[in-house]
Design a protein. Sequence first.
Length: 222
Amino acid sequence: MRKKMLFSWSSGKDSGLALHELKRNSDYEVIGLLTTVTEGYDRISMHGVRKELLARQAEALGVSLECVYIPKDASNDKYETAIKDALKRHKEEGVSCVGFGDLFLQDLKQYREMRLAEIGLKAVFPLWEADTNVLAREFIRLGFKAVITCVDSRALDGKFSGREYDDHFLSELPAHVDPCGENGEFHSFVYDGPIFKEPVKFKKGEVVVQNKRFYFCELTPV
């Protein structure tokens, strides 16, 4: 019997590739996406993507979406409580595990496993410890498409914000930047690929700098 799974969806490329892997795995049935959204902004936390685009993304994927709302500058306790309350409800409906697109941050993996174990759920990491150079090329080879939505200028030049995640992008990344941005160097929005029924249509707007550090590319639905 397939295990019912929620997937922790960031809207980015690693989430897209991880969901692709899970859909091919007969052990799991992904019954929904779970995404944290900042109250008052209606945008995905960290990625800065509008909730409307997130909803269109879920529709194109054919998977239900639940947004967990957290206040701006929420404490870790408030964040954990909001997530835990949502997961408890889904557990009562038969969900036994949660999928993540994490790649190699061991402390983050252990944190997720510990928190889920507290409520009797299991964490699943379909891309764990994959070579990120290989993974980046595989994402492109499979036909996925993504755009860079946020760049941390302490790690990467802000001019990379708004660019397509493609071979040309990868070829220009500095050697110290992980090709999947796993250390937080950049975030992305995946809008097409083999798991999409149709592309998510959007247009790029201006790049906005926040906290003199983060370069966000505005995406608006079309």
